[in-house]
Design a binder for this molecule. Structure first.
Ligand code: ADP
Ligand code: MG
Ligand code: MG
Length: 909
């Protein structure tokens, strides 16, 4: 173990700072930073993440920890002039989790530690406020029995039978008996009685007494916080977010300050700007006479922070700005100070104890895609950040979210007039979502596995639901506020989310929602407008988020910092137009076979089949001649749509048998129309059958066997280009030969190209047609012999799907059987078909680039596999010096952003 396990923070001595997140966790590092810049932070200390990893490995604490913690407690005692566990001047503390990356609500925190039967009486004598003391005590019992005595012990109670829920039911029962609604209406005597009930219940449910010793509580709390790193929801969240299991959490021990001491006390959560929209207004929620977990756990729907951000739904509630104007002003000043200091939007937690403000947390706030974009552009203008920082502020996933649909405003208007607007709530996560309602996280996961879009409906927001929230297209709750942990997590994922829709009667047991006399059941469709907080019954139409001028402005800056090109994979003029509108600088992959699938493919497919079934060269030529105009039209239209931008056209790639029908009925129809026997069709089909078609007679191999097939395609390409030239239009076709493994294949096909080229010049009278000739690199041997391949190529394009298949020996269509195990057992860190494997396949790519460019210095190099739109792979492509990436049209903006970010990061490091 390292020498130092504990880092202190206070007004006069602070050991850590904001850059020590790895060691102190985000919460600890920022508590230290806030203390150091003079903000009011209750003193305390952070036990490092290294202690957590040690504890996990050894099931015990390092030997030196006891002394370090003891010393630090005494330091806090001196500052506060209180004593932990003391009857007369008791110090109370909180024990709080806090990992390197923010995981809101996923791990545990225990408040009010140090309250025992003895200290309780002392605190009452000292404060003269028995109601407050008993309230704090009952909270301690609730949290501690749940976190330390149940969860940390690995006890998994049945649904609804957790000790915390059982205690909460006791409180509900007492409230019912007293005829009161709010927790704060319980009297001191009520709470004292409740504590007795709680203690008995804990003993009954868990078989152990609630510990009546301050230090026992402290160490129990510390161990439980460390263990919560491996709690169910923490693990689930880490896997979704890709946070390594090895990191561990830090534990913060901090002097308690109390928001539950009466009407001049309060607690709250705020954002320095609106995390849903990005609007530059102080935004938050608060509750008087409460402790922090009431807000973040989403149990109560809180009050708005200020007047200017009130919404339709909380207009009637009091703002902090009005209720405690002086404290609000102080908080607002802190907000400004923090933003200037961190140069980013901050998410802060605060508590007011009898009129005095205390800061309990700050961190860079999670935000939606819209908010990320708006904030980046605003802060750039405010000169808080520069262009590079602005580009880095919007993640590729957030950009993706921005391009997602919203509820069609016209459909919304219509739905309002037909009474489909059933309720309103707080707009916690914007955008639109339409799906079937389910009432449990488990159902959400299960239904969505069956490709049903679901909206998870819950009584209150609850971080326990992470997996279900992830699976759902939208989230709806009857209680909870905008700043609750669950809302925070939903926003971080760009989920449409409405919380605190108080009118809804959610009955999770009966699986119904009742509202305004309507009952909705599991499986019924609803539509959410998360931007406004409107809930509709039924399915409403969605609409593409329209051309956002801010988005265009942002992408301009992105492009300024981007060198690597971005093209799209597109096979039709419509796709080409779409690709261009998303900013594609060319087509990186046009698949000729596309015209044989889907709409309008009947005639070309028929002609192709005839070509395949031809017995003689003459028959085949005849079929090819008839196929020619179809192929040419598809190519010419796309070239024209790209207006002189490069278009890489891949020669026929798939094995021919893919085009021979399998069913007898279809075979007969083909035989009839071709005037041959059914037997002939079958025989030919059988001849073409291969046991491993992925590595069979396909790609360039077809062109070697049937040169006339290549000739026809090349003619279509060059004649299209020539005709466009004659019409005064430019075009840049690039002929790409697929599935090559040897330079002689390229030489062979090049001869055909040159021959056709001369014929087309002669036929059209054009003096020269600009075109490139190149190959895909998708077989390991091609990569290794790239020096030779380059001699016959103007360009390479990496087909990383096939390169990954053949490099690993994994058939992509068959990985379903084992990939899950490979990932779970950590044999592989990620699915190599999702993100380029840098260690192995990446090496093949690097070797090919290096050897290829050694032969031909200005070899154009790109990628056209699906990896071309995946941000991490794009970064890799940039790092190895590719000329461009190519991806599906919708991914083009994401690839542009990822390419710029890779470039900026490289410069920074
Ligand atoms: P999380 O990481 O889940 O947000 P926290 O450790 O931040 O957990 O604790 C949750 C809430 O408990 C905080 O928002 C804060 O309001 C309250 N809290 C934590 N420590 C203290 C403290 N020392 N004094 C008063 N309230 C506290
Ligand atoms: Mg917190
Ligand atoms: Mg391929």
């Amino acid at each position: 173990m390292p020498k130092k396990s504990v880092y202190f923070f206070s007004k006069n001595q602070t050991d850590g700072n904001k850059d020590m997140k790895n060691l102190l966790g985000g919460k600890g590092a920022n508590l230290a930073e806030m203390a150091a810049i003079g903000l009011p932070v209750p003193p305390g200390f952070t036990i490092t993440t290294e202690v957590c990893t040690y504890f996990m490995a050894n099931q015990r604490f390092p030997a030196t920890l006891k002394k370090e913690v003891g010393d630090s407690i005494r330091k806090v005692e001196r500052i506060m002039k209180l004593k932990f566990g003391d009857t007369n001047q008791p110090l109370l503390i909180s024990v709080r989790s806090g990992a390197r990356a923010s995981m809101p609500g996923m791990m545990e925190t225990v408040l009010n530690i140090g309250l025992t039967s003895k200290t309780c009486q002392g605190l009452i004598a000292k404060t003269g406020n028995p109601r407050f003391v008993y309230d704090a005590y009952r909270r301690l019992i609730q949290m501690y029995s749940d976190v330390v005595m149940e969860k940390a012990e690995g006890i998994e109670p049945a649904e609804g039978m957790g000790v915390r829920q059982q205690l909460e039911r006791e409180m509900e029962k007492m409230k019912r008996e007293r005829g009161i609604h709010s927790d704060t209406d319980l009297s001191a005597a009520d709470l004292q009685q409740l504590i007795g009930i709680y203690q008995a219940k804990v003993k009954q449910v868990l078989g152990r007494e609630f510990p009546d010793d301050a230090y026992q509580q402290l160490w129990g709390g510390i161990a439980a916080v460390f263990k919560s790193w491996n709690g169910r929801r923490a693990i689930a969240y880490r896997h979704i977010e890709g946070i390594p299991d090895e990191w561990g959490t830090a534990t913060n021990v901090q002097t308690m300050v109390f928001g539950n001491m009466g009407e001049t006390s309060a607690t709250g959560v705020a954002f320095s700007r609106n995390p849903a929209t990005g609007e530059n207004k102080f935004y938050g929620e608060w509750l008087p006479n409460a402790q922090g977990e009431d807000v973040v756990a989403g149990i109560r729907t809180p009050n708005p922070l200020n007047e200017s951000t009130k919404s339709e739904q909380n207009r009637h509630l009091p703002s902090l700005e009005k209720a405690m104007p002086a404290v609000y002003r102080e908080l607002d000043a802190i907000r400004r100070k923090l933003e200037r200091h961190y140069r980013d939007m901050q998410d802060i937690e605060f508590t007011i104890q009898e009129g005095k403000l205390w800061m309990l947390q700050c961190r860079v706030g999670k935000r939606t895609g819209t908010a990320a974009l708006n904030m980046a552009m605003d802060m750039l203008q405010e000169k808080l950040i520069n262009e590079q920082q602005a580009v880095l502020r919007v993640s590729p996933a957030q950009l993706d979210e921005l391009l997602h649909p919203i509820v069609d405003p016209a459909a919304e208007q219509a739905a309002q007039s037909t009474g489909q607007l059933i309720a309103k709530g707080l707009p916690a996560g914007p955008g639109g979502a339409c799906g079937q309602i389910v009432f449990s996280a488990a159902a959400a996961v299960e239904w969505s596995l069956n490709h049903r879009p679901v909206i998870l409906v819950r009584e209150e927001t609850n971080p326990e639901d992470v997996e279900g929230m992830r699976a759902a297209v939208g989230i709806l709750t009857a209680r909870g506020g905008m700043t609750s942990h669950a809302a925070l997590v939903a926003r971080g994922w760009g989920k449409c989310c409405i919380v605190g829709a108080g009118e809804l009667q959610v009955d999770a047991h009966a699986r119904t929602i009742t509202v305004r006399g309507i009952t909705l059941r599991e499986g019924d469709f609803i539509t959410l407008n998360g931007t406004r907080g409107y809930i509709y019954s039924g399915k409403l139409a969605m609409k593409d988020a329209s051309e956002n001028p801010l988005f265009q402005g942002f992408m301009k800056i992105v492009d300024k910092h981007r060198r690597m090109g971005v093209r799209a994979n597109a096979d039709t003029p419509e796709d080409a137009a779409k690709a261009r509108s998303f900013g594609a600088e060319g087509i990186g992959l046009f698949r000729t076979e596309h015209m044989f699938y889907g709409k309008g493919s009947d005639q070309p497919l028929f002609l192709l089949r005839r070509m395949i079934l031809s017995k003689t060269l003459a028959e085949r030529r005849q079929a090819l001649n008839e196929l020619y105009p179809h192929v040419k039209k598809a190519i010419k239209d796309t070239l024209e749509a790209m207006e002189g931008l490069p278009v890489t056209i891949r020669l026929l790639d798939p094995p021919l048998h893919e085009f021979v029908p399998l069913s007898e009925e279809k075979q007969r129809a083909l035989a009839d129309s071709l005037g041959i026997s059914l037997d002939d069709v079958r025989k030919r089909g059988n001849e073409l059958h291969e046991s491993n078609p992925m590595m069979g007679h396909r790609g360039v191999r077809l062109g070697i066997t049937y040169p006339e097939v290549t000739e026809m395609q090349v003619r279509a390409i060059l004649e299209s280009a020539a005709e466009l030239l004659l019409a005064g239009k430019s075009s840049k076709p690039e002929i790409m030969v697929p599935v090559t493994c040897d330079v002689n294949e390229l030489k062979n096909q090049k001869q055909l190209c040159l021959k056709v080229y001369q014929e087309v010049l002669a036929k059209t009278g054009v003096a020269a047609i600009p075109y490139l000739y190149g190959t895909m690199i998708e077989i390991p041997r091609a990569a290794l012999t790239a020096d030779k391949m380059a001699a016959e190529s103007d360009f390479f394009s990496f087909g990383t799907n096939d390169l990954t298949q053949m490099g690993y020996g994994f058939s992509r269509d068959d990985i379903g059987g084992f990939m899950k195990d490979y990932l779970e057992k950590k044999i592989l860190p990620a699915d190599p078909f999702q993100t380029i494997d840098r260690d192995g396949i990446g090496q093949l790519i690097q070797i090919a680039i290096e050897r290829g460019r050694r032969t031909k210095k200005n070899l154009k190099i790109g990628i056209c596999g699906e990896h071309g739109g995946e941000p991490k792979s794009v970064e890799f492509c940039f790092q190895v010096g590719m000329t461009y990436v190519s991806c599906s049209p919708f991914r083009v903006p994401i690839a542009r952003l990822a390419a710029a970010q890779a470039q900026i990061r490289q410069k920074q490091s």
